[in-house]
Write a protein that binds this ligand. Structure first.
Ligand code: HEC
Ligand code: HEC
Ligand code: HEC
Ligand code: HEC
Ligand code: HEC
Ligand code: HEC
Length: 415
């Protein structure tokens, strides 16, 4: 009897734990949440709208379908819960989402019902260790190789010394006392074969590392400078789902993407003067983040207490992360707008980067490789349709890569 109670209890418990994920796919839900809901909701904290974690326990699923598709309709229809929450939030209207299917909504709910992630202590530590290891690896390898070579030399010397002594004894040569105790280095220096072979080994090892080092010169993959204000792409583009082009607005239309002016930051930061407590991690405290926002205020001369600008500005000098040499030409709008390449293809998972880093090597080989692999989007582009017809006849193929369109010509990338 007791056992039965215990069993059913633990099962109940189990199904509750599982509650969120059995609804739908949290990964798809995260995407939908970030693109549709994140402007007003956070999973675990109040924002413009209420925190959504725990909502499936508070409301039943049909209520949620109706609310999310059209909350205004429910309020107008006199649903008591709907009116109550609407009034609690000062009658701020929520956008209607009639386009979301039941499955979409299940996915979103599965995402917000996931247990709150612990502050990524270990993960952050690992990442930091990983970044450190990146630089450490090559030195480690060098040290290991050198130790190995040295050890080898010592062993060879000892062996040679032994053989020589034994050979001398065997052939009856009387070795003078001091001759027998000839220091190792002397024996080594007198053996021409040993000197030669070890020099060759040393030279080869040296050349190998020198080559490796030279190939890295000018390639700043992973470059991650310290910025005047600690600006987290993870918090802005990731957690808060702000579109890249909101800040890097010129990526679509011009050669450069540009860094947003501080006015753009102040659109939000006039009201956002501190981060939510749960944004803090083991590595970066809430005080640290709030201090960074204070730096933004100092730079723009904004006084949060009087809510006005003092007029004293101190422009922020962001440190450039990506930088091609002057002789190479790269155009963002060509890639982002014309070719439709995602920012992440070249810049990596920026929305997960606490500190921005250079993701791609930015070498000529990297540009060329992608031009060989990527098909050019032709649909709905009159300019290309004509060229496409001619070129696809020439190459006898349906699809054309950027390379076949001429993106391997030196002059396209070099002035
Ligand atoms: C424009 C801002 C905005 C967007 C976008 C938005 N919401 Fe809301 N949501 C609100 C506000 C504000 C409330 C509080 C009720 C009110 O004032 O209408 C709310 C309430 C809710 C509630 C009811 C909470 C409760 O405690 O009963 C749910 C559920 C909800 N939103 C889900 C979503 C989902 C899912 C999305 C994305 C598909 C979304 N919302 C997008 C602003 C928004
Ligand atoms: C809220 C504004 C904002 C948003 C949104 C934003 N960025 Fe940034 N971005 C910045 C600022 C400020 C810098 C300069 C500081 C730094 O490098 O961290 C920057 C720097 C960069 C750089 C490096 C520039 C250099 O110096 O070479 C890249 C690449 C970049 N952002 C890509 C992206 C991508 C991709 C997204 C979307 C996933 C994005 N950004 C979203 C503000 C933003
Ligand atoms: C679309 C709105 C928006 C824009 C634009 C924006 N921020 Fe933020 N920013 C936020 C929000 C919201 C938070 C708090 C996030 C939290 O509480 O989790 C924040 C947090 C911060 C923080 C503390 C966390 C961190 O990243 O170190 C700093 C510093 C910051 N913003 C600087 C900037 C700068 C500089 C710009 C302009 C390049 C900018 N923000 C543009 C919304 C914005
Ligand atoms: C095809 C690869 C590619 C794509 C796609 C791409 N970038 Fe870049 N990005 C680069 C390269 C290469 C540089 C370095 C340019 C230079 O130094 O002249 C760069 C530089 C930048 C910079 C530094 C400032 C500048 O303009 O030089 C920012 C910011 C940036 N990119 C943001 C973005 C954003 C946001 C997107 C998506 C809308 C994007 N990039 C898409 C390759 C790319
Ligand atoms: C992720 C893939 C990708 C990478 C990486 C990339 N490109 Fe491209 N690039 C394209 C595609 C696709 C096109 C064709 C765009 C179109 O015209 O439709 C293109 C076109 C071009 C063009 C125009 C060619 C023409 O025929 O007019 C230039 C110039 C160019 N890229 C330069 C660069 C440089 C410089 C780099 C490296 C710093 C680079 N690209 C890296 C995908 C890439
Ligand atoms: C798709 C763009 C692109 C094309 C096409 C291209 N290059 Fe480059 N090239 C670059 C970039 C980007 C760099 C800078 C690489 C770096 O900084 O490591 C570069 C660097 C170089 C360098 C300097 C040496 C080096 O590797 O850093 C030489 C020389 C060069 N290119 C010659 C050529 C010649 C010759 C052609 C025609 C056969 C050509 N390039 C075609 C993009 C291109």
């Amino acid at each position: 009897m007791l056992l039965a109670v215990f069993l059913s209890f633990s099962q109940l418990n189990y199904s509750q734990d599982d509650g969120g994920s059995s609804l739908g796919d949290p990964a798809k839900g995260k995407e939908l949440f970030n693109s549709q809901c994140a402007a007003c909701h956070k999973p675990y904290a109040r924002s413009t709208g209420p925190a959504l974690h725990g909502i499936t326990e508070k409301r039943d699923i049909d209520w949620l379908y109706r609310w999310i598709r059209n909350s205004a309709e429910m309020i107008a229809a006199g649903d008591a819960d709907a009116i109550a929450i609407f009034e609690e939030y000062n009658e701020t209207p929520m956008t209607a989402f009639p386009q979301l299917s039941d499955q979409d909504i299940n996915d979103i709910l599965a995402y917000v019902e996931q247990p709150k992630p612990e502050p990524p202590v270990a993960a952050a530590g690992e990442a930091a260790a990983g970044a450190g290891a990146g630089a450490g690896v090559s030195t480690n390898i060098i040290m290991a190789a050198l130790t190995f070579v040295l050890l080898l030399l010592v062993i060879i010397l000892v062996l040679v010394n032994k053989t020589l002594t034994r050979f001398a004894e065997a052939s009856g040569v009387e070795l003078p006392e001091e001759e027998a105790r000839k220091p190792l280095w002397k024996a080594f220096a007198e053996n021409q074969f040993l000197v030669l072979s070890s020099s060759v080994i040393l030279l080869l090892v040296g050349a190998y590392f020198a080559y490796g080092y030279l190939m890295q010169v000018g390639v700043d993959q992973g470059y991650q400078p310290v910025q005047p204000i600690h600006f987290s792409h993870k918090i802005h583009a990731g957690d808060n789902g702000i579109d890249c082009k909101y800040c890097h607005s010129s990526a679509r239309v011009s050669k450069t993407s540009g860094i947003p002016s501080l006015n753009v930051c102040m659109n939000c930061h006039k009201s956002v003067s501190e981060v939510a407590p749960e944004t803090a991690t083991e590595e970066y405290s809430k005080e640290f983040y709030d201090g960074q926002i204070a730096k933004l205020y100092e730079a723009t001369g904004w006084d949060p207490t009087t809510q006005s600008y003092s007029g004293e500005e101190k422009p922020v000098k962001w440190v450039r992360v990506h930088n091609l040499p002057d002789f190479a030409y790269f155009n963002h709008s060509q890639h982002v707008t014309v070719a439709g390449v995602d920012c992440q293809k070249c810049h990596g998972p920026v929305e997960e980067m606490e500190i921005l880093e250079q993701y791609a090597p930015l070498t000529m080989g990297w540009c060329i490789e992608c031009h060989r692999e990527t098909n050019v989007k032709m649909e709905g582009n009159e300019y290309y349709e004509k060229i496409h017809e001619e070129l696809s006849k020439k190459y006898g193929v349906e699809k054309l890569t950027a390379a076949q369109m001429g993106a391997l010509e030196c002059g396209k990338c070099h002035y």
